[in-house]
Structures are given as C-alpha cells and as structure tokens.
Design a protein around this ligand. Structure first.
Ligand SMILES: Cc1ncc(COP(=O)(O)O)c(C=O)c1O
Length: 396
C-alpha cells in the first residue's frame, strides 16, 4: 500500500509534550484546511474500482477499520506516548482485556500486581483463567525481585503504577529488565500519571494502556480506552483489536481528542490543587495517612520523583480509627466533592474504598477513602472538607 501510506501523517516525536498535545494527529490528510478532523459517522466506505477493493487497496475500507477521526486520535496518542501505534477501545477495561488477550495464550503465565484496579484482576481470574492462562499476583513494590516469580511460560508482567486505590509506585525499569531478560513483556496501566507525566514505554514497558475515560476525556462524558505499543509488539495488539471487532463511536473519539488538547494544562491544575488538599489533610488530626506519591513522606516518593514528572489529582486518605458509619457520614456531608466512581474529570469526587488483595496484606489505621481533586478553586475544596469534618466531629 505504498501509495496511500505516503499520504499518512507521520508521528512527530521531536517536540516536547505540550506541543505534541496541541499538534498531535493534525495533518492535512486528516483535517484538510480545518484545525480539527471531521467527525466521520461511517460503516460503509465506497470504492472507485474493484481493484481498489483488494486488501490495502484504499486507505479507508470499512467504518470499523478506521476513519479520519479514528486516525487523528490514534496518531495524537502515539505521538504523546512515543509509540509505534495506538488502537482505541470502547473503555479502559476494554483496553485492559484486549491487551491481555492479544499477548496471552493457553498455557501461558501472567504476573499481575496485587494493587491493580479490581476489574483488571477479574479479567485475569475469570476470562483468562477459563482460556488456560494462569495468573500469579505479586507485591507491587517487588521491583527487580519479580525475577524470582518468572517462570519459563511467563509471557506478561502487568503493573498499574501507582495503584489507583493504595498508590504504590512500581519500579518499572527494574521490572522491565527482569521481564525482558526472561523473554516476557511488560504492560502498564498508566491512567493515573498519563504519558504526560510518566513515559512508561521509555521506562521499559512494551505496551501501555489508558482509561482515556479519565484524564484524556477530562469531562466525565465519554468511555474510551487506548493501547499503545512499541514497534516489536504493536502488530499483535493491532491484530487482536481487529479480530475482536472493537471500535469506538466517532463522537466519543472526537471528545477524547478534544480533551487531549488541554490535558497538560488541566493536569497542572489537578497536580497543584491535589497536592495542596493532600498537604492540608496531612495536617488534620482525624487523618492517619495521606497516600499521595508526590508527598515527601510517601514510601515510594523517591521512585515517583525518579520516574514521573508530575502527579494527577487522585489520592487516598486513611481516617484514623473511624467507624464505617462515621466515614459514610463524612462522605455524605461533602458538598463540592460528589460521590461517584471514576475520576479524571473537572469535578471533585470522593468514594469509600475496599481492598481486594491475595499476594499481600494492606493494613491501615482506619477506613480508606479516595479523593479526586478536580478543577474547582482549591480553597473552596479545603473549606468543603473542613466543613464535613466539623459536621461529623461528634460521631463515634
Ligand atoms: C486504573 C484504572 N484503569 C482502568 C479503568 C477502567 O476504565 P473504564 O472505566 O474506562 O473502563 C479504571 C476505571 O476506574 C481505572 O481506575
């Protein structure tokens, strides 16, 4: 397909990240004279000739196989990730299951960090187990010690860093070195830091995925996942994604691309405000611990500093010896923080969290809640938390 390949926009990796966010995936071949690509609603694509209908005979062949809208976001994500290619999935969880199905076969062994998003664990213990893939969960702080768990049939080591409930940072370079020495691949869920703050492919991962539902979309109005991979692995991801028939509606892709343009400036606010709120909570007597890797007291702070250039707005708070009832009353007393799963949008959220671990134990001084600090004014958020503490102060 040399002819049409020449017209494809080229991935630009020479620019810095804010520039890639603003320019990624923008190309005359996709957008014409417009700043943004068209939102192409398509199933059928028409051909000029029978010859053009042969595989690869024309740039676009069928809605499910890609449109200018799809390509614009894929290109922009590949530029941001420094990846050979990107595929889009209908949700973050869809990206997780697709990546694992692409890389694992019956008889293979998967190593998965014990702190992952619970539905990731569920994919491993249900669908993958049924297909004959065995999973061992490991301590997220294992680092190079992962070598001792690698078996001859280990094909993938899967990490989420930081874990989105307990916020341990994985030593991705050490894990990748051990995995690669044994011929295994590393897959990272990088939803928290995004490639803007943590280039997991450059740290040694082979495949990196995002729940783009969160910070990429940024407005709590889409479900979207991305999988990006190195040259050596992308073909397998692309083939499995195609075989599974995955595609995303053009309006959601467009909103994902629109969100991506402002990712850097939004993350800077999430980081600044999140840290200010976290520091304030550290100073409150009711709080036993704040789990935020950018705080100097966090056990993985040095790793965070080495591998990440920033922090997003999601972190955990351990309430000192509180009852479940008092915790619920506190969460319900908040007015600017709403109760809701998910995160990464412009709005602040709070949830109670429940840990599911099998390889490690997670001990805390009291119940753990998770806060997402959105784009509201920081002082208003601090005042909201303080008011909720005051309201539940006398409860047991
Ligand atoms: C770390 C992490 N990965 C993946 C997902 C799944 O994303 P989605 O909700 O888009 O399926 C989530 C959702 O909360 C998440 O927190």
């Amino acid at each position: 397909m040399a002819e049409s390949d020449e017209k494809r926009p080229k991935v630009r990796l020479e620019t810095r990240l804010l520039t890639r966010l603003a320019h990624g995936g923008r190309d005359d071949a996709l957008c014409g004279p417009f700043v943004n690509p068209p939102v192409v609603h398509a199933s059928t694509v028409l051909f000029d000739s029978v010859d053009a209908m042969r595989p690869g005979g024309q740039r676009y062949s069928y809605g499910r196989r890609g449109t200018p809208t799809t390509e614009a976001l894929e290109m922009a994500m590949s530029e941001l990730e420094g990846a050979a290619g990107t595929v889009l999935c209908p949700s973050g969880l869809g990206a997780i299951s697709t990546a694992l199905l692409a890389l694992l076969s019956s008889g293979d062994h998967l190593l998965m960090a014990d702190n992952v998003y619970d539905p990731s664990r569920h994919v491993a213990t249900t669908v993958l187990a049924r297909l004959g893939v065995e999973t061992t969960f490991f301590d997220p702080r294992i680092g190079g010690g992962i070598a001792a768990l690698i078996r001859p049939n280990t094909r993938v080591v899967y990490v989420e860093s930081p874990g989105s409930l307990t916020f341990e940072i994985a030593d991705i370079p050490a894990i990748a070195a051990a995995a690669h020495a044994a011929g295994a691949l590393v897959v990272t869920d990088n939803t928290w830091a995004t490639p803007y703050y943590c280039p997991t492919l450059a740290l040694g991962a082979d495949v990196t995925l995002l729940a783009a539902t969160k910070y990429i979309g940024g407005h709590s109005d889409i479900m979207l996942g991305t999988i990006s991979a190195t040259e050596a692995v992308f073909g397998r991801i692309h083939d499995a994604h195609g075989a599974l028939g995955l595609c995303v509606g053009p309006d959601d892709i467009y909103l994902g691309l629109r969100g991506l343009r402002t990712l850097g400036v939004r993350l800077a606010h999430h980081q600044r405000s999140g840290l200010a709120v976290a520091r304030h909570l550290e100073g409150r007597a009711e709080v036993a611990r704040v789990l935020h890797p950018a705080l100097s007291g966090h056990p993985d702070h040095a790793l965070w500093k080495r591998d990440m250039s920033g922090a997003s707005g999601l972190f955990g708070v351990v309430l000192d010896g509180w009852s479940r009832e008092k915790t619920s009353a506190f969460l319900e007393a908040l007015e600017l923080f709403s109760l809701g799963y998910s995160w990464g949008g412009f709005e602040s959220l709070a949830i109670p969290t429940h840990m599911h671990r099998t390889a490690t134990t997670w001990a805390a001084e009291g119940p753990l809640i998770r806060l997402h600090v959105g784009l509201e004014d920081t002082e208003d958020l601090v005042a909201d938390l303080d008011a909720a503490f005051a309201r539940v102060g006398n409860l047991a």
